[in-house]
Structure formats: C-alpha cells, structure tokens
Design a protein around this ligand. Structure first.
Ligand code: DC
Length: 226
C-alpha cells in the first residue's frame, strides 16, 4: 500500500468542495485531483465526437484514451482536451448534467479509475469528488464528506455562474442541482455517499475560511501533519 497521504473531500455539487480542496492543496503544497472535471471533460469529448450517450462501449474506449491535461496559465487553471482549452465549457451546468449521466455507467467509471489513482504523488493529494473516500482512495487517512442544504448550494452555484457572466435562473438551478444529486446518490455503482470512516461537515452556515480551517485541523489530527 502506498504511504503517500491523501485527503478526500466528497459531497454533492455546490457544497464548496472545489474551493476548499484547492485551498488545502495550496496550503500544504500537495497535488489536487478535481475528479468531476475528468467526468466533465469526457462529457465534452463525447459531445464533440458526436457519440450517442447510450453507446457505452465507444464511450469507454474514448474514456480510456482521453487526452486530458490540467495546466496553469499564471494562477489560472486551464483544462486541455486533445490540446484544446475547454475550461470555458467545463463549468456549465449542461456539461455537469451530461457528466452525471455518464458517471452512472459502471464501464465508464472503471475506464477512468486508474487515471484518478495516478494523481496520488508525493508529497500528498487532496482529492475532490463523489467516491474518492469510498472507491478511488479507500485507504485515505483523512476523509471528509462536505454537505450544504440544496438552497445554499443553489445560491452558491448561481453566484459562481453569474460571476462568469452566464445567464442563469436560481430556481431552475436549484432544481437541476437536486436532480443531479438524486442521480449521483441513487446510482448502483459508486454512489455519492460518505465513507464509513468519513467526517461529515455541513458548510451551510460556515464561511469558506471556517471550512478550510476545520478540514486542515482534521487533516493535521488524522495524518499527523505538523
Ligand atoms: O463535481 P462536479 O460537479 O464537477 O461533477 C460532475 C459530475 O460528475 C457529478 O454530478 C457526478 C460525476 N462525478 C462522479 O460521478 N464521481 C466523481 N468522483 C466526480 C464527479
């Protein structure tokens, strides 16, 4: 078993996992895995290839050969799919919903598993997703399940998308987020759920800074970090 430490942050969309995970990884000088971005990039690749979402065999092959790169332009993270910058398309709700539908298919999850495990590199990894603590890194020393009420998550996502200049409606967004969570929670393979040894944290009424401090303090305790 690898001794490279891992902190997993799982939970539904809009709970603040991305912001918190990035901040923790930057603070510790560790690697960061945005597993949702991998499923989202696959959704874009499927759309661009004109594949039918039901064509699991072709999509699994595409998933295995996905040419995906996470890079930085200055401080700004960019996602390159076959060398093309798809960062703008990654964040939109439609891509998230397509990703959630593809993510329910066991063959596709299997095709993406090793790619996610390969992010575990020294000195450590902060992994953000739905099944990081249950399936991808079951031996992680520090597992967090971050939640927030659907209303709060809807509002956060609304502000994020508005800030990007996208035209969104709060009520529609909250409904879409709930529908996506229901799909992610109820699928048979690697459903969204806390690992048995995860710590549950509700971020509804906490500032992002408070969540970061609580996660860091848990990580220090569990992983014996200085
Ligand atoms: O975290 P996100 O919103 O970028 O994820 C998009 C979708 O991808 C999510 O609704 C379900 C799927 N996903 C998954 O099934 N497993 C993960 N570890 C990460 C994301």
């Amino acid at each position: 078993m690898s001794v490279i430490p891992v902190i997993t942050l799982d939970g539904p969309g809009g709970a603040g996992k991305g912001t918190v995970s990035r901040a923790i990884a930057a603070h510790l000088g560790w690697h960061y895995l945005d597993s949702g971005a991998i499923y989202r990039a696959l959704a874009i690749a499927v759309e661009d290839a004109g594949l039918d979402e039901q064509d699991t065999d072709a999509i699994s092959v595409l998933a295995q050969h996905l040419d995906l790169d996470f890079a930085l332009e200055g401080d700004h993270p960019v996602i390159l799919l076959s060398g093309r910058d798809v960062s703008g398309r990654i964040g939109v709700e439609q891509t998230g919903n397509q990703a959630s539908r593809l993510a329910a298919l066991p063959a596709i999850r299997r095709a993406l598993l090793e790619r996610q495990k390969a992010f575990r590199r020294a000195p450590g990894l902060v992994a953000d997703g739905r099944d990081m603590g249950t399936v991808v890194f079951p031996d992680a020393g520090c597992k967090i399940f971050l939640t927030a009420s659907a209303e709060v998550r809807g509002e956060r996502r609304y502000k994020q998308l508005k800030a990007k200049g996208l035209d969104v409606n709060l009520a529609d967004l909250t409904m879409e987020i709930e529908a996506r969570d229901a799909r992610d929670r109820n699928r048979a393979e690697a459903p969204l759920k806390p690992a048995d040894d995860a710590v549950l944290l509700d971020s509804s009424w906490l500032s992002i800074e408070d969540v970061i401090q609580q996660v860091l303090s848990l990580a220090r305790d569990r992983l014996l970090l200085s």
